[in-house]
Design a protein around this ligand. Structure first.
Ligand code: NAD
Length: 279
């Protein structure tokens, strides 16, 4: 086996950053080594060992507030679960340092996404709002189902359920599922999405994708896409029971990305789920 892939975690003091450090320490994806850990300079965890802070064992990597120094140490790949502003600010630094970059941060605005796209002209980047294998498989299946069913009277509705603390609705994953369905149908999601229904919306037109958000308790995240026709209904569902599945997806991307050509990749490429994906 070759040398381990050196991983820098950005947002190392956060929930996902700690999960990444813990799962590297436990060897969830073989061949990865924690080489650096960065968080905000004012984080109370600065100076602490990243492994100990993540509740496993000391890994000999202290959480630092200095991204420039961490990049100068030449990790093979940076895994970023920080904030939309921090990720956008890091983009030109990743490009200048030539470091492959896995971005899991969500809530990115158009300019912030553009900063990432610019970086992807210089370095390979994986950007995905949901890194679980199961959800990415669901994206591929939904697109395939919509393509097979389009023009045959199957109405598409997307139902998502999340914990009571979730701030946005519908979830980013639900919207991405809507994109997958719209792509399969050959539609533009912006022209066809309907967010919930109340009052007297009238009969459902055929060219519509409905979204419905349920909130309550500690539900990690459930998504169902249904295709309802006269006489039958096809349902494709995913249920998350642990956030670790997202961190493991990010680590799969970290193992896959170094050495790839500069481009903006998705998890479908990492997992080989897209037709024409790089192997
Ligand atoms: P969190 O708030 O627990 O952690 C974010 C961490 O980033 C914090 O420790 C914070 O101090 C740090 N941070 C903020 N600014 C920084 C900067 N300038 N430099 C370095 N670190 C900085 O949040 P979380 O639950 O770990 O989620 C982080 C991000 O990842 C969010 O955008 C979340 O929506 C997203 N997320 C994505 C996926 C996915 O599968 N893609 C899964 C879960 C969470």
């Amino acid at each position: 086996m070759g040398a381990p892939t050196k991983v820098l975690v950005v947002g190392a003091a956060g929930r996902m950053g700690q999960a990444i450090a813990r799962l590297i320490a436990t060897g969830a994806i073989p061949g990865l080594e924690l080489a650096g850990a960065v968080d905000r300079a004012d984080s109370p965890l600065i100076g602490q060992d990243a492994g100990a802070a993540a509740g496993v064992r000391p890994l000999g990597v202290k959480i630092s507030g200095d991204l420039d120094a961490a990049l100068a140490a030449r990790p093979d790949v940076a895994v970023d679960f920080s904030s939309h502003a921090a990720t956008a600010a890091a983009a030109p630094k990743m490009a200048a340092a030539g470091i492959a970059w896995v971005v899991g941060t969500t809530g990115l605005g158009p300019d912030e996404k553009e900063a990432i796209a610019q970086a992807a002209q210089k370095v390979p980047v994986v950007l995905s709002a949901n890194m679980s294998l199961g959800v990415n498989l669901l994206f591929a299946l939904v697109e395939q189902a919509a393509r097979a069913l389009q023009g045959r009277g199957y109405d598409c509705e997307i139902i998502e359920r999340h914990h009571r603390r979730k701030k946005d609705a519908p979830s980013g994953t639900a919207l991405f599922l809507g994109e997958a369905a719209a792509k399969g149908y050959g539609w533009n999601l912006r022209e066809t999405a309907v967010d919930g229904r109340s009052g007297l919306p009238g009969e459902r037109p055929e060219k519509e994708i409905g979204f419905h958000a349920v909130r309550g308790g500690d539900i990690v995240g459930d998504h169902t896409v249904l295709f309802a026709a006269d006489g039958e209904c096809v349902e494709l569902s995913h249920r998350a029971t642990s956030r670790d599945t997202l961190a493991i997806g990010a680590l799969r991307a970290a193992a896959w990305l170094p050495g790839r050509a500069p481009a903006l990749y998705g998890m479908g490429d990492v997992l080989g789920l897209n037709p024409g994906s790089p192997a």
